[in-house]
Design a protein around this ligand. Structure first.
Ligand SMILES: *[C@@H]1O[C@H](CO)[C@@H](O)[C@H](O)[C@H]1NC(C)=O
Ligand SMILES: *[C@@H]1O[C@H](CO)[C@@H](O)[C@H](O)[C@H]1NC(C)=O
Ligand SMILES: *[C@@H]1O[C@H](CO)[C@@H](O)[C@H](O)[C@H]1NC(C)=O
Length: 484
Protein backbone atom coordinates (compact mmCIF):
# COMPACT_ATOMS: atom_id res chain seq x y z
CA UNK A 1 0.00 0.00 0.00
CA UNK A 2 1.36 3.37 -0.96
CA UNK A 3 1.04 6.07 1.60
CA UNK A 4 0.61 8.90 -0.89
CA UNK A 5 -1.70 9.80 -3.69
CA UNK A 6 0.31 11.05 -6.61
CA UNK A 7 -0.98 13.81 -8.86
CA UNK A 8 0.60 14.57 -12.19
CA UNK A 9 -0.40 17.76 -13.99
CA UNK A 10 -0.09 17.42 -17.74
CA UNK A 11 -1.35 19.09 -20.83
CA UNK A 12 -4.71 18.33 -22.39
CA UNK A 13 -3.29 16.91 -25.60
CA UNK A 14 -0.79 14.43 -24.16
CA UNK A 15 -1.78 10.81 -24.87
CA UNK A 16 -1.45 8.98 -21.57
CA UNK A 17 -0.66 5.54 -23.00
CA UNK A 18 2.19 7.01 -24.96
CA UNK A 19 3.48 8.96 -21.98
CA UNK A 20 3.34 5.94 -19.68
CA UNK A 21 4.46 3.29 -22.15
CA UNK A 22 6.90 1.04 -20.35
CA UNK A 23 6.23 2.65 -16.97
CA UNK A 24 4.68 0.42 -14.36
CA UNK A 25 2.18 1.98 -12.02
CA UNK A 26 1.45 -0.78 -9.54
CA UNK A 27 -2.07 -1.92 -8.82
CA UNK A 28 -2.06 -0.57 -5.27
CA UNK A 29 -0.73 2.86 -6.20
CA UNK A 30 -3.06 5.85 -6.33
CA UNK A 31 -1.83 7.83 -9.28
CA UNK A 32 -4.05 10.64 -10.57
CA UNK A 33 -3.47 12.64 -13.72
CA UNK A 34 -4.95 16.14 -13.93
CA UNK A 35 -5.67 17.46 -17.39
CA UNK A 36 -7.31 20.82 -17.98
CA UNK A 37 -10.36 20.69 -20.22
CA UNK A 38 -12.37 23.63 -21.51
CA UNK A 39 -13.97 24.74 -18.25
CA UNK A 40 -12.83 22.15 -15.71
CA UNK A 41 -9.89 19.98 -14.79
CA UNK A 42 -10.35 16.28 -15.52
CA UNK A 43 -8.85 13.91 -12.98
CA UNK A 44 -8.18 10.32 -14.09
CA UNK A 45 -6.70 7.43 -12.21
CA UNK A 46 -4.20 5.27 -13.97
CA UNK A 47 -2.68 1.92 -12.94
CA UNK A 48 -1.62 -1.40 -14.34
CA UNK A 49 -2.99 -4.72 -13.06
CA UNK A 50 0.53 -6.04 -13.51
CA UNK A 51 3.60 -4.60 -15.18
CA UNK A 52 2.91 -6.50 -18.38
CA UNK A 53 -0.75 -5.48 -18.64
CA UNK A 54 -2.04 -2.46 -20.51
CA UNK A 55 -2.56 0.83 -18.72
CA UNK A 56 -5.99 1.22 -17.11
CA UNK A 57 -7.79 4.57 -17.05
CA UNK A 58 -10.57 5.33 -14.66
CA UNK A 59 -12.35 8.62 -14.58
CA UNK A 60 -11.71 9.81 -11.06
CA UNK A 61 -13.37 13.22 -10.79
CA UNK A 62 -13.53 16.87 -11.84
CA UNK A 63 -12.34 20.10 -10.47
CA UNK A 64 -13.78 23.37 -11.63
CA UNK A 65 -13.63 26.87 -10.26
CA UNK A 66 -17.38 27.18 -9.86
CA UNK A 67 -18.20 23.67 -8.53
CA UNK A 68 -14.97 22.86 -6.72
CA UNK A 69 -13.69 19.33 -6.41
CA UNK A 70 -15.96 16.38 -7.09
CA UNK A 71 -14.47 12.94 -6.47
CA UNK A 72 -16.08 9.54 -5.80
CA UNK A 73 -16.94 8.80 -2.19
CA UNK A 74 -16.04 5.11 -2.26
CA UNK A 75 -12.58 3.82 -1.40
CA UNK A 76 -9.79 2.64 -3.64
CA UNK A 77 -10.67 -1.07 -3.76
CA UNK A 78 -14.36 -0.49 -4.19
CA UNK A 79 -13.45 1.41 -7.39
CA UNK A 80 -10.59 -0.80 -8.44
CA UNK A 81 -11.96 -4.29 -7.86
CA UNK A 82 -11.33 -5.82 -11.23
CA UNK A 83 -8.18 -7.62 -12.30
CA UNK A 84 -9.42 -7.80 -15.91
CA UNK A 85 -8.93 -11.50 -16.28
CA UNK A 86 -5.32 -11.37 -15.08
CA UNK A 87 -3.81 -14.78 -14.43
CA UNK A 88 -2.61 -15.16 -10.84
CA UNK A 89 -0.06 -17.84 -10.09
CA UNK A 90 -1.15 -19.68 -6.99
CA UNK A 91 0.43 -22.33 -4.84
CA UNK A 92 -1.80 -25.26 -3.99
CA UNK A 93 -1.21 -28.20 -1.72
CA UNK A 94 -2.85 -31.40 -2.89
CA UNK A 95 -4.76 -33.31 -0.27
CA UNK A 96 -5.59 -36.47 -2.18
CA UNK A 97 -3.45 -39.23 -3.58
CA UNK A 98 -5.73 -39.90 -6.53
CA UNK A 99 -4.53 -37.10 -8.77
CA UNK A 100 -6.37 -36.16 -11.94
CA UNK A 101 -5.05 -36.64 -15.46
CA UNK A 102 -4.69 -32.98 -16.22
CA UNK A 103 -3.26 -30.24 -14.08
CA UNK A 104 -6.48 -28.30 -14.17
CA UNK A 105 -8.26 -31.17 -12.50
CA UNK A 106 -5.87 -31.24 -9.62
CA UNK A 107 -7.39 -28.23 -7.97
CA UNK A 108 -10.43 -30.29 -7.07
CA UNK A 109 -8.32 -32.44 -4.82
CA UNK A 110 -7.73 -29.83 -2.23
CA UNK A 111 -10.06 -29.06 0.63
CA UNK A 112 -13.12 -28.18 -1.37
CA UNK A 113 -14.77 -25.56 0.75
CA UNK A 114 -11.85 -23.23 0.47
CA UNK A 115 -12.00 -23.64 -3.29
CA UNK A 116 -15.60 -22.46 -3.19
CA UNK A 117 -14.40 -19.18 -1.68
CA UNK A 118 -11.75 -19.10 -4.31
CA UNK A 119 -14.21 -19.53 -7.17
CA UNK A 120 -16.30 -16.75 -5.72
CA UNK A 121 -13.26 -14.48 -5.58
CA UNK A 122 -12.29 -15.41 -9.15
CA UNK A 123 -15.69 -14.31 -10.32
CA UNK A 124 -15.89 -11.16 -8.22
CA UNK A 125 -12.39 -9.87 -8.86
CA UNK A 126 -12.26 -11.22 -12.42
CA UNK A 127 -9.04 -13.16 -12.50
CA UNK A 128 -8.01 -16.62 -13.59
CA UNK A 129 -5.80 -19.03 -11.73
CA UNK A 130 -2.66 -20.84 -12.74
CA UNK A 131 -2.00 -23.63 -10.27
CA UNK A 132 1.48 -24.48 -9.09
CA UNK A 133 2.29 -27.29 -6.71
CA UNK A 134 5.07 -27.32 -4.13
CA UNK A 135 7.57 -30.13 -4.81
CA UNK A 136 7.29 -31.40 -1.22
CA UNK A 137 3.48 -31.03 -1.19
CA UNK A 138 3.55 -29.22 2.14
CA UNK A 139 1.83 -26.14 3.50
CA UNK A 140 4.99 -24.54 4.64
CA UNK A 141 7.28 -24.68 7.63
CA UNK A 142 10.60 -23.15 8.48
CA UNK A 143 13.67 -25.34 8.39
CA UNK A 144 16.45 -24.96 10.91
CA UNK A 145 18.58 -22.99 8.43
CA UNK A 146 15.76 -20.50 7.88
CA UNK A 147 14.53 -21.80 4.52
CA UNK A 148 10.79 -22.08 4.09
CA UNK A 149 9.26 -25.20 2.57
CA UNK A 150 6.00 -25.87 0.77
CA UNK A 151 3.66 -23.22 -0.51
CA UNK A 152 5.12 -20.61 1.85
CA UNK A 153 8.52 -21.30 0.34
CA UNK A 154 7.08 -20.72 -3.14
CA UNK A 155 5.55 -17.43 -2.01
CA UNK A 156 8.75 -16.39 -0.35
CA UNK A 157 10.83 -17.04 -3.47
CA UNK A 158 8.32 -15.17 -5.62
CA UNK A 159 7.51 -18.27 -7.64
CA UNK A 160 3.81 -17.69 -7.02
CA UNK A 161 1.82 -14.61 -6.09
CA UNK A 162 -0.85 -15.99 -3.81
CA UNK A 163 -1.81 -19.15 -1.93
CA UNK A 164 -4.72 -21.24 -2.99
CA UNK A 165 -5.14 -22.70 0.46
CA UNK A 166 -5.96 -20.91 3.65
CA UNK A 167 -3.03 -20.57 5.98
CA UNK A 168 -3.04 -20.30 9.70
CA UNK A 169 -1.66 -16.90 10.60
CA UNK A 170 1.41 -17.13 12.76
CA UNK A 171 3.94 -14.50 13.69
CA UNK A 172 6.72 -16.46 12.06
CA UNK A 173 4.87 -16.87 8.80
CA UNK A 174 3.88 -13.24 8.64
CA UNK A 175 7.57 -12.39 8.43
CA UNK A 176 7.81 -14.41 5.24
CA UNK A 177 4.48 -13.62 3.58
CA UNK A 178 1.64 -11.11 3.73
CA UNK A 179 -1.75 -12.17 5.01
CA UNK A 180 -5.18 -10.87 4.15
CA UNK A 181 -7.65 -10.30 6.95
CA UNK A 182 -8.68 -13.60 8.55
CA UNK A 183 -11.22 -15.71 6.66
CA UNK A 184 -12.41 -17.73 9.62
CA UNK A 185 -11.27 -19.06 12.94
CA UNK A 186 -10.13 -22.58 13.51
CA UNK A 187 -9.40 -24.74 16.49
CA UNK A 188 -6.63 -27.25 16.10
CA UNK A 189 -6.95 -30.25 18.33
CA UNK A 190 -6.10 -33.86 18.96
CA UNK A 191 -8.20 -36.80 17.84
CA UNK A 192 -7.87 -40.50 18.56
CA UNK A 193 -9.85 -43.56 17.55
CA UNK A 194 -13.01 -43.73 19.62
CA UNK A 195 -12.32 -46.18 22.43
CA UNK A 196 -14.57 -49.20 22.25
CA UNK A 197 -14.74 -49.64 26.00
CA UNK A 198 -17.05 -47.39 27.88
CA UNK A 199 -16.87 -45.98 31.31
CA UNK A 200 -19.04 -47.95 33.71
CA UNK A 201 -17.59 -47.19 37.07
CA UNK A 202 -18.24 -49.22 40.17
CA UNK A 203 -20.52 -46.63 41.60
CA UNK A 204 -22.61 -46.54 38.41
CA UNK A 205 -25.43 -48.30 40.27
CA UNK A 206 -25.51 -45.65 42.96
CA UNK A 207 -25.06 -42.70 40.59
CA UNK A 208 -28.72 -42.32 39.48
CA UNK A 209 -29.60 -40.95 42.93
CA UNK A 210 -27.66 -38.37 44.79
CA UNK A 211 -26.39 -39.13 48.24
CA UNK A 212 -29.17 -37.08 49.84
CA UNK A 213 -31.84 -38.92 47.87
CA UNK A 214 -30.47 -42.28 48.96
CA UNK A 215 -30.58 -41.03 52.54
CA UNK A 216 -34.20 -39.97 52.05
CA UNK A 217 -35.13 -43.39 50.64
CA UNK A 218 -33.48 -45.08 53.60
CA UNK A 219 -35.30 -42.77 55.98
CA UNK A 220 -38.66 -43.56 54.33
CA UNK A 221 -37.98 -47.27 54.62
CA UNK A 222 -37.20 -46.91 58.32
CA UNK A 223 -40.28 -44.75 58.80
CA UNK A 224 -42.38 -47.38 57.06
CA UNK A 225 -40.98 -50.05 59.35
CA UNK A 226 -41.89 -47.89 62.33
CA UNK A 227 -45.43 -47.29 61.04
CA UNK A 228 -45.93 -50.94 60.32
CA UNK A 229 -44.80 -52.03 63.74
CA UNK A 230 -47.02 -49.35 65.25
CA UNK A 231 -50.05 -51.20 63.96
CA UNK A 232 -49.00 -54.01 66.31
CA UNK A 233 -49.81 -56.56 63.67
CA UNK A 234 -46.24 -57.47 62.77
CA UNK A 235 -42.98 -57.66 64.64
CA UNK A 236 -40.17 -55.23 63.87
CA UNK A 237 -38.16 -57.98 62.19
CA UNK A 238 -40.93 -59.05 59.86
CA UNK A 239 -41.83 -55.37 59.20
CA UNK A 240 -38.30 -54.85 57.97
CA UNK A 241 -38.59 -57.87 55.76
CA UNK A 242 -41.96 -56.74 54.37
CA UNK A 243 -40.77 -53.19 53.65
CA UNK A 244 -37.62 -54.41 51.90
CA UNK A 245 -39.76 -56.78 49.83
CA UNK A 246 -42.11 -53.93 48.95
CA UNK A 247 -39.19 -51.74 47.79
CA UNK A 248 -38.06 -54.63 45.60
CA UNK A 249 -41.64 -54.69 44.24
CA UNK A 250 -42.36 -58.15 45.63
CA UNK A 251 -45.90 -58.99 46.62
CA UNK A 252 -46.84 -60.76 49.89
CA UNK A 253 -49.64 -62.61 51.39
CA UNK A 254 -50.59 -60.81 54.58
CA UNK A 255 -52.58 -62.93 56.96
CA UNK A 256 -53.73 -59.98 59.04
CA UNK A 257 -56.37 -57.97 57.29
CA UNK A 258 -56.64 -54.97 59.51
CA UNK A 259 -57.29 -51.60 57.80
CA UNK A 260 -54.45 -49.68 59.38
CA UNK A 261 -51.88 -52.18 58.17
CA UNK A 262 -53.38 -52.15 54.70
CA UNK A 263 -53.21 -48.37 54.57
CA UNK A 264 -49.57 -48.49 55.57
CA UNK A 265 -48.89 -51.15 52.93
CA UNK A 266 -50.61 -49.14 50.19
CA UNK A 267 -48.52 -46.09 51.06
CA UNK A 268 -45.33 -48.14 51.04
CA UNK A 269 -46.12 -49.72 47.69
CA UNK A 270 -46.98 -46.40 46.04
CA UNK A 271 -43.76 -44.84 47.34
CA UNK A 272 -41.74 -47.84 46.22
CA UNK A 273 -43.23 -47.81 42.71
CA UNK A 274 -42.32 -44.13 42.23
CA UNK A 275 -38.84 -44.52 43.66
CA UNK A 276 -38.09 -47.60 41.55
CA UNK A 277 -39.52 -46.04 38.38
CA UNK A 278 -37.34 -42.97 38.67
CA UNK A 279 -34.31 -45.02 39.60
CA UNK A 280 -34.76 -47.28 36.55
CA UNK A 281 -35.35 -44.38 34.20
CA UNK A 282 -32.19 -42.64 35.31
CA UNK A 283 -30.12 -45.81 35.40
CA UNK A 284 -31.22 -47.04 31.97
CA UNK A 285 -30.59 -43.69 30.31
CA UNK A 286 -27.14 -43.66 31.88
CA UNK A 287 -26.45 -47.10 30.47
CA UNK A 288 -27.69 -46.07 27.03
CA UNK A 289 -25.83 -42.80 26.72
CA UNK A 290 -22.51 -43.96 27.91
CA UNK A 291 -19.52 -41.90 26.86
CA UNK A 292 -16.42 -43.67 25.68
CA UNK A 293 -13.76 -43.78 28.33
CA UNK A 294 -11.07 -41.44 26.95
CA UNK A 295 -7.60 -42.46 28.00
CA UNK A 296 -6.76 -38.77 28.58
CA UNK A 297 -8.55 -35.46 28.31
CA UNK A 298 -5.82 -32.85 27.96
CA UNK A 299 -2.16 -32.34 27.12
CA UNK A 300 -1.08 -33.04 30.66
CA UNK A 301 -2.83 -36.40 30.91
CA UNK A 302 -1.69 -37.20 27.38
CA UNK A 303 1.90 -36.71 28.44
CA UNK A 304 1.43 -38.73 31.61
CA UNK A 305 -0.22 -41.55 29.70
CA UNK A 306 2.79 -41.55 27.38
CA UNK A 307 1.70 -44.58 25.36
CA UNK A 308 0.36 -42.66 22.37
CA UNK A 309 2.32 -41.05 19.57
CA UNK A 310 1.11 -37.78 18.14
CA UNK A 311 1.24 -37.28 14.38
CA UNK A 312 0.34 -34.40 12.07
CA UNK A 313 1.22 -33.03 8.67
CA UNK A 314 4.88 -32.04 8.45
CA UNK A 315 5.71 -28.38 7.70
CA UNK A 316 2.56 -26.96 9.23
CA UNK A 317 1.70 -24.37 11.80
CA UNK A 318 0.49 -27.18 14.06
CA UNK A 319 3.96 -28.63 14.19
CA UNK A 320 5.42 -25.16 14.70
CA UNK A 321 2.99 -24.61 17.54
CA UNK A 322 4.22 -27.67 19.41
CA UNK A 323 7.85 -27.10 18.47
CA UNK A 324 8.16 -23.49 19.46
CA UNK A 325 5.62 -23.15 22.24
CA UNK A 326 6.67 -21.23 25.30
CA UNK A 327 4.82 -23.59 27.59
CA UNK A 328 7.04 -26.26 29.06
CA UNK A 329 4.20 -28.79 28.89
CA UNK A 330 3.72 -28.37 25.14
CA UNK A 331 7.44 -28.58 24.50
CA UNK A 332 7.53 -31.82 26.49
CA UNK A 333 4.66 -33.15 24.39
CA UNK A 334 6.70 -32.38 21.30
CA UNK A 335 9.88 -33.92 22.66
CA UNK A 336 8.36 -37.14 23.93
CA UNK A 337 5.49 -37.94 21.57
CA UNK A 338 6.20 -36.09 18.33
CA UNK A 339 9.91 -35.69 17.70
CA UNK A 340 10.84 -39.42 17.64
CA UNK A 341 8.33 -40.10 14.85
CA UNK A 342 8.63 -36.84 12.94
CA UNK A 343 10.52 -38.34 10.00
CA UNK A 344 7.69 -40.71 9.14
CA UNK A 345 4.79 -38.28 9.18
CA UNK A 346 2.40 -38.75 6.26
CA UNK A 347 2.33 -35.81 3.85
CA UNK A 348 -1.36 -36.22 3.15
CA UNK A 349 -3.98 -35.34 5.67
CA UNK A 350 -6.25 -38.21 4.70
CA UNK A 351 -3.50 -40.80 5.18
CA UNK A 352 -2.74 -39.32 8.57
CA UNK A 353 -6.34 -39.24 9.73
CA UNK A 354 -6.91 -42.78 8.50
CA UNK A 355 -3.92 -43.94 10.53
CA UNK A 356 -5.84 -43.47 13.75
CA UNK A 357 -8.04 -46.36 12.57
CA UNK A 358 -5.28 -48.63 11.37
CA UNK A 359 -2.63 -48.02 14.02
CA UNK A 360 -2.96 -48.50 17.72
CA UNK A 361 -2.08 -45.76 20.18
CA UNK A 362 -2.06 -43.11 17.47
CA UNK A 363 -3.25 -39.56 18.00
CA UNK A 364 -3.57 -37.03 15.21
CA UNK A 365 -3.41 -33.25 15.40
CA UNK A 366 -5.79 -31.53 12.99
CA UNK A 367 -7.85 -28.35 12.67
CA UNK A 368 -11.60 -28.55 13.11
CA UNK A 369 -12.32 -27.32 9.58
CA UNK A 370 -10.15 -30.02 8.07
CA UNK A 371 -11.71 -32.53 10.39
CA UNK A 372 -15.17 -31.71 9.03
CA UNK A 373 -13.82 -32.42 5.59
CA UNK A 374 -11.95 -35.61 6.34
CA UNK A 375 -14.04 -37.18 9.05
CA UNK A 376 -16.47 -38.63 6.51
CA UNK A 377 -13.70 -40.21 4.53
CA UNK A 378 -12.20 -42.25 7.32
CA UNK A 379 -13.32 -45.72 8.24
CA UNK A 380 -13.73 -45.48 12.00
CA UNK A 381 -15.20 -43.16 14.57
CA UNK A 382 -12.94 -40.70 16.25
CA UNK A 383 -13.04 -38.90 19.56
CA UNK A 384 -11.75 -35.41 20.13
CA UNK A 385 -9.64 -34.79 23.19
CA UNK A 386 -11.42 -31.81 24.72
CA UNK A 387 -8.51 -30.19 26.55
CA UNK A 388 -5.81 -30.61 23.90
CA UNK A 389 -6.43 -27.86 21.37
CA UNK A 390 -5.50 -24.30 20.54
CA UNK A 391 -7.32 -21.57 18.58
CA UNK A 392 -6.12 -19.75 15.50
CA UNK A 393 -7.21 -17.78 12.44
CA UNK A 394 -6.66 -18.59 8.82
CA UNK A 395 -6.21 -16.24 5.90
CA UNK A 396 -5.04 -16.14 2.33
CA UNK A 397 -1.29 -15.68 2.10
CA UNK A 398 0.33 -13.52 -0.57
CA UNK A 399 3.87 -12.84 -1.60
CA UNK A 400 5.49 -10.26 0.66
CA UNK A 401 4.73 -6.83 -0.77
CA UNK A 402 2.18 -8.11 -3.24
CA UNK A 403 0.04 -5.30 -4.74
CA UNK A 404 -3.10 -7.39 -4.35
CA UNK A 405 -3.05 -7.94 -0.59
CA UNK A 406 -5.36 -5.05 0.20
CA UNK A 407 -7.72 -5.97 -2.60
CA UNK A 408 -8.09 -9.52 -1.28
CA UNK A 409 -8.41 -8.24 2.29
CA UNK A 410 -11.18 -5.95 1.15
CA UNK A 411 -13.04 -8.80 -0.54
CA UNK A 412 -12.50 -11.16 2.36
CA UNK A 413 -13.90 -8.58 4.73
CA UNK A 414 -16.91 -8.16 2.48
CA UNK A 415 -17.44 -11.91 2.37
CA UNK A 416 -17.26 -12.12 6.14
CA UNK A 417 -19.64 -9.24 6.66
CA UNK A 418 -22.17 -10.56 4.21
CA UNK A 419 -22.11 -13.95 5.93
CA UNK A 420 -20.95 -15.68 2.78
CA UNK A 421 -18.04 -17.41 4.44
CA UNK A 422 -20.28 -18.94 7.03
CA UNK A 423 -22.97 -19.85 4.51
CA UNK A 424 -20.54 -21.67 2.26
CA UNK A 425 -19.07 -23.55 5.16
CA UNK A 426 -22.45 -24.59 6.55
CA UNK A 427 -23.71 -25.65 3.13
CA UNK A 428 -20.53 -27.51 2.60
CA UNK A 429 -20.43 -29.33 5.91
CA UNK A 430 -24.10 -30.28 5.71
CA UNK A 431 -23.43 -31.85 2.35
CA UNK A 432 -20.83 -34.01 4.03
CA UNK A 433 -23.08 -35.02 6.86
CA UNK A 434 -24.04 -38.63 6.33
CA UNK A 435 -24.83 -41.38 8.75
CA UNK A 436 -21.68 -41.56 10.71
CA UNK A 437 -20.18 -44.86 11.68
CA UNK A 438 -21.72 -45.81 14.98
CA UNK A 439 -19.65 -47.39 17.63
CA UNK A 440 -21.59 -50.21 19.21
CA UNK A 441 -20.87 -50.94 22.77
CA UNK A 442 -20.99 -54.56 23.72
CA UNK A 443 -21.38 -55.30 27.37
CA UNK A 444 -18.47 -57.44 28.45
CA UNK A 445 -17.59 -59.10 31.70
CA UNK A 446 -15.71 -56.12 33.08
CA UNK A 447 -18.78 -53.95 32.57
CA UNK A 448 -20.95 -56.13 34.81
CA UNK A 449 -18.19 -56.89 37.29
CA UNK A 450 -19.97 -54.97 40.04
CA UNK A 451 -23.10 -57.14 39.70
CA UNK A 452 -21.06 -60.34 39.62
CA UNK A 453 -19.12 -59.25 42.69
CA UNK A 454 -22.27 -58.52 44.66
CA UNK A 455 -23.66 -61.91 43.64
CA UNK A 456 -20.43 -63.64 44.63
CA UNK A 457 -20.31 -61.81 47.95
CA UNK A 458 -23.91 -62.89 48.60
CA UNK A 459 -23.14 -66.53 47.85
CA UNK A 460 -20.05 -66.48 50.06
CA UNK A 461 -21.94 -64.87 52.95
CA UNK A 462 -24.74 -67.40 52.59
CA UNK A 463 -22.21 -70.26 52.65
CA UNK A 464 -20.59 -68.85 55.77
CA UNK A 465 -23.93 -68.49 57.52
CA UNK A 466 -24.87 -72.02 56.44
CA UNK A 467 -21.63 -73.32 57.92
CA UNK A 468 -22.29 -71.48 61.17
CA UNK A 469 -25.87 -72.83 61.33
CA UNK A 470 -24.63 -76.29 60.62
CA UNK A 471 -22.17 -76.01 63.46
CA UNK A 472 -24.82 -74.71 65.89
CA UNK A 473 -27.40 -77.31 64.99
CA UNK A 474 -24.85 -80.05 65.58
CA UNK A 475 -24.17 -78.71 69.09
CA UNK A 476 -27.70 -77.87 70.07
CA UNK A 477 -29.31 -80.74 68.25
CA UNK A 478 -32.17 -80.54 65.83
CA UNK A 479 -35.09 -78.40 66.78
CA UNK A 480 -38.05 -77.02 64.99
CA UNK A 481 -37.65 -73.63 63.40
CA UNK A 482 -40.73 -71.54 63.57
CA UNK A 483 -41.10 -69.38 60.49
CA UNK A 484 -43.63 -66.84 61.38
C1 LIG B 1 -17.28 15.64 -14.54
O1 LIG B 1 -17.76 16.41 -15.55
C2 LIG B 1 -18.39 15.69 -16.62
C3 LIG B 1 -18.68 16.68 -17.70
O2 LIG B 1 -19.14 17.87 -17.15
C4 LIG B 1 -19.62 15.02 -16.08
O3 LIG B 1 -20.25 14.30 -17.13
C5 LIG B 1 -19.21 14.07 -15.01
O4 LIG B 1 -20.33 13.45 -14.41
C6 LIG B 1 -18.41 14.80 -13.94
N1 LIG B 1 -17.89 13.81 -13.05
C7 LIG B 1 -17.93 13.95 -11.73
C8 LIG B 1 -17.35 12.82 -10.94
O5 LIG B 1 -18.39 14.93 -11.21
C1 LIG C 1 -13.07 -9.59 -16.94
O1 LIG C 1 -11.93 -9.31 -17.70
C2 LIG C 1 -12.06 -9.57 -19.09
C3 LIG C 1 -10.72 -9.33 -19.75
O2 LIG C 1 -10.31 -8.02 -19.63
C4 LIG C 1 -13.17 -8.72 -19.67
O3 LIG C 1 -13.33 -9.02 -21.03
C5 LIG C 1 -14.46 -8.99 -18.92
O4 LIG C 1 -15.48 -8.15 -19.36
C6 LIG C 1 -14.26 -8.80 -17.42
N1 LIG C 1 -15.46 -9.21 -16.72
C7 LIG C 1 -16.05 -8.48 -15.79
C8 LIG C 1 -17.25 -9.06 -15.17
O5 LIG C 1 -15.64 -7.37 -15.51
C1 LIG D 1 18.54 -25.39 4.12
O1 LIG D 1 18.43 -26.78 4.17
C2 LIG D 1 17.79 -27.37 3.06
C3 LIG D 1 17.67 -28.86 3.30
O2 LIG D 1 18.28 -29.27 4.46
C4 LIG D 1 18.56 -27.06 1.76
O3 LIG D 1 17.87 -27.61 0.66
C5 LIG D 1 18.66 -25.57 1.62
O4 LIG D 1 19.44 -25.27 0.49
C6 LIG D 1 19.28 -24.95 2.86
N1 LIG D 1 19.22 -23.51 2.72
C7 LIG D 1 20.24 -22.70 3.00
C8 LIG D 1 20.02 -21.24 2.82
O5 LIG D 1 21.27 -23.16 3.42
Amino acid sequence: MFLFTWILFIDKYVALDVLFAGIDIPFNCEFVVAQPQNDFVLLSEIYRVSSSQSLQFNRFGNWSQSLGLSVPSCGLYARRGNLNGYTLKTGLKIEHTDRGQHDTEMNSFSTDFFLEYWRYLEKEINFTTEYHYPPDNAYGGKLENGTWTGVIGMLKSGQVEISNVAFEMTAERSEAVDFTLPLYNVRTGMIIRKPSSVALPWNAYLKPFSFKLWAAVLFIMLLSVACMSATRQTSIASSMFLVTAAFCLQGQNLLQRCTSLRLVMVTIYLTAVIVIASYSASFISRLTLREPALPFTDFNEFLQDGSYQLAMLPSTSRLDFLKSSRAELIRQVYKKTVAPYEKNFPTQELVGVESICTKDKYAYFISDKHLVYFSKKISCSYAEIPGASYPGSVAIALRKGSPYTKLFSFRVQEMRRSGLIKTIFIRYSSRLRQDSVEVRYDIDVTDIAPILCILLAGILTALCILAVEFHISKKVGPHRININ
